[in-house]
Structure formats: structure tokens, C-alpha cells
Design a binder for this molecule. Structure first.
Ligand code: NAD
Length: 739
């Protein structure tokens, strides 16, 4: 029988080799069609007396990315529609649908003939769960092989047997860590955990898998054998008693109960290990169907999978401009940011010219790359030859002539218009006519910097975040005259360095910093109100923010906050800055010399390592302190998310960001806006505009104008609209929709 997504060849030993290779996709994924075909294959090989066993592998470089989450998104869309008519029936259908994969994998496991999964490359989610249902697992000894059950990162969990098979193969603690973190495993780590059986040379992979079958591999899973005991012991054992109470506490500490899927994993493992395997699978299926109905799952799948993937593929790239392959990129200014930009560019295999005022400064910038890659080599994350290659790609210089041949320039010199003007003119004189010039400015409007250029249509903003090697977002800023070729090229560049681009119109603070400043300002206001600093930081974390606002201000520097305030007063007048907050920052910087992490003294004290940072006790003396018991922590949490979301809504109203996917994904990648909400706009959509506006009004009455809802939101509340309906990203013709 012929299949569209698989080939099946049986060799003279009676071993069927099933090769998964979807013709229309770059990566194999589980779709309805794939599952149906696999089901037919299982039936065929089981019924065929000539087949002794089956090896399943992939015909692509990767094994599989797991389930196609757009399929899940569609399933959830259908569920919502059906639930409006008959909720109980819709839930039953959802439960049955999500059980299909589980049943299919169980069918492989109980087919009576041995199956071996030959894992040749990245093997994620459902594909790893399928492998776990095979009787044998061999992985290729290659850096390209990564295995993980990463579902928790998008608000769901491994619902095709993963929560049951993993803790029956490895110790409970290892299983919980793997399932709740979604972290990648190398073949060595997976073997050490007992999750795979063998590691083979890549060109011997299928042979090794076949040899397992020829060697008499039993077609029975360990848990289907009489007397099976989980390797980590039973739930009601000394080991179980030691593990579970802290496991629950640790999860709470890490998630503050914001991630229902993570809690469901613990419940599945705990309850599942108490019962026979088939009952355990059913428990998992029930929790999975429940989790799929949560707002968190819907929002996280949309933003952190579907939208993120679309933006990474260049959803906002103007149509009709040929793609650029970068021959050489120039970075002007080898300081803090420029050095990081040079590193990520070279890491992507692109030659970089790193220019500074003198060769010493340029060399110093290159040394940053040396430090980062040397550290990676030390930790086993990179090979020595990768270090050599990366460093060979960076040419430090003080000579503008070396910029000849660059297709793309990123300027990261001092934040000073005059200095930027000088380097722009000198660089343009040396550059080919086709080169695009991008500035990494954080505050100066691109339109005004473009005036320094002879070709403003090729002038654009490319705004990185620090630390450049870690932060995955880049804002692309459009000046008034920026042409579509420059936009396309900037997007191509950001994609080439494997970061996520969002396209933003020119304004003070662009998108991200406008929101971040609101977050910090709200914390300053709370301090002034007398809210104890530890409560401010904890409330923000409980709301889902990864870094408290005071810690974040320390990272970016308090004197920078002071500089921004002073500049804003110069540009827009005194009223543009809250004078009480200005006084707080001035006191910290001018009176107490507290600049932030950089001088070891900020809102926190930074003692020498390994001691941990601690909030500065002096904060208590700056303002009369409220009694913590009189403060509503829920309100503090709400204030942080609301004040940021309102700014994101204003940015949409002003047309600075035009696509809600970019506002959402940007807010999560740049400053970790409570990921379980799906991002700053999804937070509003999830609450509903009407309810959100009501909350904002109540907060405005108590705390001030920062909570004033923009007209846009008031109108959306009246019409019952969401951002994704009003600014439908798929309605535009130049935007590629998800398959
Ligand atoms: P930095 O002071 O660390 O580095 C600036 C570098 O530019 C220095 O090495 C300096 O020698 C060099 N330079 C100055 N004048 C020059 C000239 N005429 N010719 C060549 N080189 C020259 O500053 P930074 O923090 O890396 O910031 C650089 C730019 O990036 C600024 O525009 C800043 O607003 C922006 N930015 C900074 C951050 C951040 O977190 N620091 C984040 C995003 C954007």
C-alpha cells in the first residue's frame, strides 16, 4: 500500500522499515492524515505474518517536531463553537479526539510485534511519546539529536502517554524535572535516564535498530509485564514520601499556580503511578482534555507557538522583495551592544567588520565574543572548532575602508545624535550603494537620524536588547522614509541570526521600552506609597513576571532611569515626568550613590558571589511603611499587568504596533510579560475589554492617570471586540497565515 507521508520497506529478515518523510513540510509533524496513515501501517505490519518487527525513522534531517499545534488550535476553535450549543457533548468529543494519539501509540505497544524507534535528529513532543511506546529506542550519536517533551512551554502537557511512560522508565524526580521544564535531552542524558536503550553512529542507526529486533527484543513494555515496579519506587514508599511534598512546593515556588498544565503533570504522574497502565492513560487523557479547555492553553498556543512561528518565518516581511543572504555585516561601535551584536552575527556564520574609534576598542569588542564562546566550549555547549570559526569571522578595525562590501550596517555608537551623524556619513562614503544602514538607538527617533543619511529609504532602526546573546527579540523601527527593501533586509537579518523580529513605527521608546518604563514606574509609585519593597517584587513575580521591577531597574541601571527622566523633562517639560518618582531616583543616585547592579548598589545590595543579592534595607527609611497586612496583594499583581497592558493598547491605538501578534510575542520575549496570559494584548482579550476597562477605571480612581483606558479600549468594550478581531492579522493580503 502506498502512503503519502511514509514509505514501508520490508527486508529479507522480515523487518519493516517505516520512514516518515512528509512531502510538503520541512519537518515531520503529527497531523490527522499522518495519524491515520500510521494507524493503517500498524494494522498492516501486525497482520502481515512475514513481518517480524518494525523500525520507524525519519527521512528528514530531523525526526519530528511532534504534534502539529495548528491542528490543536483548530480543534480548540471547533470546541468553542460546539460548546456554545451543547457543552457536555463538545467536551466528550474533545476527550475522544485527544485520545486518538494515545490509543494509536498503545496499539503499537501492544501489537505483539517489536517496534524500534531510530531517532536520527530532533525528536519532540508527540514523536518522543511515540518513541517511548516503541519497545526499543536507539538515538544517533550526534549534536543534532535532541529529545524533549516541551509541551508545558505552550500551556499544555505531554498527553499521549508521556506523563505515564517517563516515570515508569526513570526515577520520579528526573521524570518530574523533565516533564515540568520541557528541557532538551542529549542522547547521552536520555540513555543515562533510561529513556532510550542505545546510542549508535549516525550511519549505523537503522542497522542498530534492526539488530535489536534480530537480537530478540521483547514485544512487551516493561509495565505490561507481571510484577512491574517503577524504577523510582511507588508513590507510597519512603522515596515517594520524600519527593512529593517538596515537589509540590517547588512547583508552586516556580509558577505561583499560574500554569495549570504544570500542576496537571504532577497530578498525572502521582495518580497514574497508583493504578494499572491503561487506567493511568485514561487519567492522563482526562487531565489533557481539561487543560486544553483552559484560557492559558489557548493563549499560550496562539502566542508562543503559532504567532511566534509566523513571525520567525517573516510574517511581516513585505512581499516581492528578494531574500538577502548576507555576505558581510558591519557593526559600528564595539561597546556593550556592538560587541554582542558582532557575536550573534558571527555565530550565524556571517562575516562581521567590527569598527570602533581605535583598534584597541575594536579588539576589546571582539574579546567579548572570545569570552562568550570560550565559556560555551568550557561547558561543552560548543566545540573548539566552532570557536575558531566564529572568531575568524570577526574583523576588528578602526578603518572605514573595511566596510566596503557590507550589505548591512548596524550602528551602536554612543547615544548622541552628533556622534551618530559623524559615523553615518563616514560609513556611507565607504559602503556600496545597495547597503542598508540600521541604527540600534534606544531613544532617538529613526526619522531624525535618517536625516544624516543620503539614502533615507535605506535607513532603519534595529533595536536589540541586552544581553544581546540571550534576548530573542529585535524591534525593527520604521522611519518616515524607510523603504520596503530596507524592512525586508532587516527582517532577513534578524531571521538569519535566529531572533524574532517585530516591526514598529517610530516613536519615543518604540514599543518595548514604553511598556517596561510603565512597569518600573508603577513599582516606584508603590515604594512611594509605602508598600514594602519585598512585597512589590513578590507581587510582580506572583503576577507572572520573571524579574521583579526593582531588580529589572538595577539591571538596566538606576542612573539610566535618571538620564531618561531628565531627557524627557528637557524634551517634553516637567509634567511629562512624575516629580515624586523623579525625586526618588535622584535620592538613590545623587544622595546614596546607588546606580544599580553595575556598582553593586541599587534597589538591591550585591555582595560578592556566591552570596545572593538582597533588597537594600535603606529602602524602608525612604517612605513611611504601610503595614503589609493591610495591602491587597491581588491588587498589586493586577496593577502591574494592567499598567503594562494599557500601554500596549495605547501603542496599538497610535498605530506604533499594528499587528497584535507582535505586541503579544514582543511583550513576552522582551520583558517576560506573564507568559501564561499569551502577552499584553491577549491579557486584555482574555479578561474581555469591558471587564478590563472597568478594572482600569477603578484603579485610575485610586492610583492615577496611568490607568486611563485609551479610547480604543473603551470602544472595543462597547462593541465587545477583541484585539485579534479588530486588528485581524490574517486579514492583510501581505501577511502569510498559518497553514
Ligand atoms: P557603549 O558606550 O558601551 O558603546 C559605544 C561604543 O561606541 C564604544 O565602544 C565607543 O568607543 C564607540 N564609539 C563612540 N564614538 C564612536 C565613533 N565616532 N566611531 C566609532 N566608534 C565610536 O554603549 P552601548 O550601551 O553599547 O550603546 C550603544 C547604542 O546602543 C546606543 O545608541 C544605545 O542607545 C543603544 N542601546 C543600548 C542598550 C543597552 O542596554 N545598553 C540597549 C539597546 C540599545
Amino acid at each position: 500500500m502506498a502512503y503519502k507521508n511514509f514509505t514501508v520497506e520490508t527486508d529479507s529478515d522480515g523487518i519493516a522499515l517505516v520512514t516518515w518523510d512528509m512531502p510538503d513540510r520541512s519537518m515531520n509533524v503529527f497531523t490527522e492524515e499522518v495519524m491515520e496513515e500510521l494507524n493503517a501501517i500498524v494494522d498492516t505490519v501486525t497482520a502481515d505474518a512475514a513481518v517480524k518487527g518494525t523500525v520507524i525513522t525519519s527521512g528528514k534531517e530531523t525526526y519530528s517536531g511532534g504534534a502539529d499545534l495548528t491542528m490543536l488550535k483548530r480543534m480548540l476553535g471547533q470546541f468553542e463553537k460546539d460548546a456554545k450549543k451543547d457543552r457536555q457533548k463538545a467536551v466528550q468529543t474533545l476527550f475522544d479526539n485527544v485520545g486518538y494519539m494515545n490509543k494509536l501509540f498503545r496499539k503499537i505497544e501492544t501489537s505483539g510485534k517489536p517496534w524500534v524507534s531510530a531517532i536520527n535528529g530532533t525528536c519532540m513532543g508527540g514523536a518522543f511519546e511515540m518513541s517511548l511506546a516503541c519497545h526499543g529506542r536507539v538515538a544517533a550519536d550526534s549534536d543534532k539529536v535532541k529529545m524533549a517533551l516541551p509541551e508545558v512551554k505552550v500551556g499544555i502537557f505531554p498527553g499521549a502517554g508521556g506523563t505515564q511512560r517517563v516515570p515508569r522508565l526513570t526515577d520520579m524526580q528526573g521524570a518530574l524535572e523533565m516533564l515540568t521544564s520541557g528541557k532538551n535531552l542529549t542522547p547521552q542524558k536520555a540513555k543515562q535516564m533510561g529513556l532510550i536503550h542505545e546510542i549508535a553512529a549516525p550511519d549505523q542507526l537503522v542497522a542498530a535498530a534492526k539488530a535489536m529486533i534480530k537480537g530478540g527484543l521483547k514485544a512487551v513494555a516493561p509495565w505490561d509485564e507481571k510484577g512491574f515496579k517503577a524504577p523510582g519506587g511507588a508513590i507510597y514508599s519512603a522515596a515517594g514520601a520524600n519527593l512529593w511534598p517538596p515537589a509540590i512546593a517547588i512547583l508552586r515556588r516556580e509558577t505561583y499556580g499560574n500554569y495549570p498544565a504544570a500542576s496537571a503533570i504532577l497530578k498525572c504522574v502521582y495518580e497514574g503511578l497508583l493504578v494499572p497502565f491503561d487506567t493511568a492513560l485514561r487519567i492522563e487523557q482526562r487531565y489533557f482534555a481539561e487543560i486544553l479547555q483552559t484560557k492559558e492553553a489557548a493563549m499560550m498556543i496562539r502566542s508562543l507557538f503559532v504567532s511566534l512561528q509566523e513571525l520567525n518565518k517573516g510574517a511581516r516581511r513585505p512581499a516581492g522583495v528578494p531574500e538577502t543572504t548576507f555576505a558581510k555585516v558591519g557593526v559600528l561601535g564595539a561597546g556593550f551592544m556592538g560587541a554582542g551584536i558582532a557575536y550573534v552575527t558571527a555565530k550565524a556564520g556571517i562575516p562581521v567588520v567590527l569598527l570602533d574609534r581605535d583598534i584597541e576598542a575594536a579588539n576589546k569588542g571582539k574579546a567579548h565574543s572570545d569570552n562568550l564562546i570560550s565559556e560555551a566550549v568550557k561547558k561543552g555547549r560548543a566545540k573548539p572548532e566552532e570557536k575558531d570559526k566564529l572568531l575568524s569571522l570577526i574583523t576588528p578595525t578602526a578603518d572605514y575602508g573595511d566596510l566596503d562590501g557590507c550589505d548591512f550596517i548596524i550602528e551602536a555608537v554612543f547615544e548622541d545624535s552628533e556622534v551618530k551623524k559623524g559615523v553615518t556619513e563616514k560609513a556611507e562614503a565607504a559602503l556600496p550603494k545597495t547597503a542598508t544602514f540600521a541604527s540600534n538607538t534606544s531613544t532617538i527617533p529613526i526619522t531624525s537620524l535618517a536625516k544624516n543619511s543620503k539614502r533615507p529609504d535605506q535607513f532603519i532602526g534595529v533595536h536589540f536588547f541586552s544581553p544581546v546573546d540571550k534576548m530573542m527579540l529585535v524591534e525593527i523601527i520604521l522611519g518616515k522614509k524607510t523603504g520596503k527593501e530596507a524592512v525586508a533586509k532587516a527582517i532577513d537579518y534578524v531571521r538569519a541570526i535566529k531572533k524574532t523580529p517585530i516591526v514598529v513605527n517610530d516613536t519615543r521608546g518604540f514599543y518595548v521600552n514604553r511598556c517596561v518604563l510603565r512597569y518600573m514606574a508603577e513599582a516606584f509609585q508603590m515604594l512611594i506609597e509605602g508598600v514594602p519593597a519585598p512585597m512589590i517584587e513578590t507581587a510582580a513575580k506572583m503576577a507572572g513576571m520573571p524579574v521583579g521591577p526593582l531588580a529589572l531597574t538595577d539591571e538596566t541601571a538606576i542612573d539610566l532611569a535618571q538620564k531618561i527622566m531628565k531627557q524627557t523633562i528637557r524634551d517634553l517639560g516637567e509634567k511629562a515626568v512624575d516629580q515624586d518618582q523623579f525625586a526618588l531616583i535622584n535620592t538613590l543616585v545623587d544622595k546614596h550613590g546607588r546606580f544599580g547592579r553595575k556598582n553593586g548598589k541599587g534597589f538591591y545590595d550585591y555582595p560578592p558571589k556566591p552570596a545572593k543579592k538582597k533588597l537594600w534595607p535603606g529602602l524602608k527609611d525612604l517612605y513611611p511603611q504601610k503595614d503589609a497586612d493591610t495591602i491587597d496583594i491581588e491588587e498589586l499583581k493586577q496593577r502591574f499587568l494592567t499598567v503594562i497592558a494599557l500601554e500596549a493598547a495605547r501603542v496599538m491605538e497610535e498605530g506604533i504596533v499594528t499587528d497584535p501578534r507582535e505586541a503579544d510575542v514582543g511583550s513576552i520575549l522582551a520583558f517576560g510579560f506573564a507568559p501564561f496570559t499569551g502577552g499584553a494584548l491577549s491579557y486584555i482579550d482574555g479578561i474581555g475589554a469591558a471587564e478590563f476597562v472597568k478594572r482600569a477605571k477603578a484603579l485610575q480612581r485610586k492610583y492615577g492617570a496611568q490607568y486611563k483606558a485609551p479610547k480604543l479600549l473603551v470602544e472595543m468594550a462597547e462593541k465587545g471586540e477583541t484585539f485579534y478581531v479588530r486588528f485581524d492579522p490574517y486579514a492583510k493580503s501581505d501577511v502569510k497565515a498559518a497553514a
